[in-house]
Design a protein around this ligand. Sequence first.
Ligand SMILES: Cc1cc2nc3c(=O)[nH]c(=O)nc-3n(C[C@H](O)[C@H](O)[C@H](O)COP(=O)(O)O)c2cc1C
Length: 173
Amino acid sequence: MWDFFSTVRHRHSVRHYRNDAPVEAEKLHAVLEMAAAAPSAGDLQAYHIHAVTDSDKRGQLAQAAHQQDFLFQAPVCLVFSADPERSAGQFGERGRTLYAIQDTTIAASYAQLAAVAAGLASAWVGDFDAAQVRRVLDIRAGLEPIAILTLGYPAEIPEPTPRRPLDEVVTRC
Ligand SMILES: Cc1cc2nc3c(=O)[nH]c(=O)nc-3n(C[C@H](O)[C@H](O)[C@H](O)COP(=O)(O)O)c2cc1C
């Protein structure tokens, strides 16, 4: 296991996965537990996660993501859906339009870093047709799919991507 800083530095989007190395059930469980450990507004966890291992469904998710075939190649896709009404019950419009999305994406971020710490690789996928994803997974009305994470053992060494200088993104005051 890496410490937090090494984990963050080693996380790069991976879009090629080994097809001879499934994700162990215990690792997947640990990743999902870390997602659920993320903070959420009012501790409501206004999201739902579909953990997809079925290859037919992954194939259909790849199509829903505009033929991003690595969703099929990855042994696991985690689909994170926001549950706006769950947050709206306590926080009204701000919960509905903001907190539920924040809860969901924070959980996905925790899952992504947990995957890296567990020796897996991942990519965050946002470019998909949400209605199609909903149909593929029979996602109930009221849930809004907003992010997909692919998980698996890497079959490539990804190139680190550049970042804007800190001074450009941070104002110290
Ligand atoms: C909101 C969001 C949407 C993204 N959508 C996609 C996507 O649809 N397909 C893809 O291959 N990568 C997608 N990415 C991954 C980014 O391209 C990637 O994180 C960025 O280029 C930085 O590279 P790195 O993850 O290796 O640091 C997405 C990332 C985020 C945060």
